[in-house]
Design a binder for this molecule. Structure first.
Ligand code: SAM
Length: 219
């Protein structure tokens, strides 16, 4: 479900350019196999961020078939890199194949396993952390990655508006599970009110949390 007024959603869709052959194939595979991937606009948001930072070290939690990874990898400058985490072996293999065919595999490391176990084994520092795996585990991933976040790390989190259902009344029938909605609502509050991170929730794609590390003024 789109979070925007249908006319605006349709207008934005009309701005989407022709995709590269690999990007198009990934979208077709995701559609055919029901693999959830970021909206095109979210992919471009990630690419813009990575491109503006130049050569960041990126941690991505939730690779699937590598679609958002490809958006970011194409925008990485010389020396930048992406470590992307996936629990599903066959999806990780599909991602590897797509990224090789797109010519960006040299800057991407795919780490297989449960991100809650793999994150603590990885060496940062992370300049960008992009979270897009199991929704109920979002805050756990962020807490585990935070010790390796660089001083000016940008945090990006997908699906924080969940098709608008985060605004649904208690007890309303929703497509997203109550546990996922509860996690998104809790994280939206944290990101906007300033705990370890401070930022906003942007109505891009399915709702994108965008934050940086909270720095209190020296006493
Ligand atoms: C929404 S998809 C990722 C989509 C991808 N970021 C994109 O837009 O192209 C979420 C992925 O996270 C993976 N996942 C779920 N729980 C995980 C965990 N605990 N550790 C690592 N990956 C996990 C799922 O297997 C799934 O492929």
């Amino acid at each position: 479900m789109a979070i925007l007024d249908p006319r605006i959603d349709e207008y934005l869709r009309g701005l989407r350019p022709e995709r590269s052959a690999v990007m198009r194939e990934m979208e077709a595979v995701a559609e055919r196999d029901g693999v959830p991937i970021v909206h095109w606009e979210t992919g471009r948001f990630l690419a813009t961020l990575v491109g503006a930072l130049g050569a960041p070290r990126v941690l991505e939690v939730g690779t699937a078939i590598g679609y958002s990874t490809l958006h970011m990898a194409e925008a990485l400058g010389e020396g930048g890199s992406i470590v992307t985490l996936e629990i599903d072996e066959s999806r990780a293999a599909q991602a590897r194949s797509f990224l090789e065919r797109a010519g960006v595999a040299d800057r991407v490391e795919i780490v297989l396993g449960d991100a809650r176990e793999t994150i603590p084994t990885l060496a940062g520092p992370w300049d960008v952390i992009f979270v897009d795996a199991a929704k109920e585990q979002y805050r756990e991933y962020i807490a585990l990655a935070e010790p390796q976040a660089s001083e000016r790390c940008a945090l990006v989190v997908d699906n924080l508006l969940m098709g608008g259902e985060v605004a649904a009344a208690d007890g309303a029938g929703t497509r997203w599970r109550p546990e996922s909605l509860a996690e998104a609502r809790a994280l939206n509050r944290e990101l906007t009110s300033g705990g370890s991170w401070i930022g906003s929730v942007l109505p891009v794609g399915d709702g994108v949390g965008f934050a940086t590390r909270f720095r209190r003024a020296p006493a």
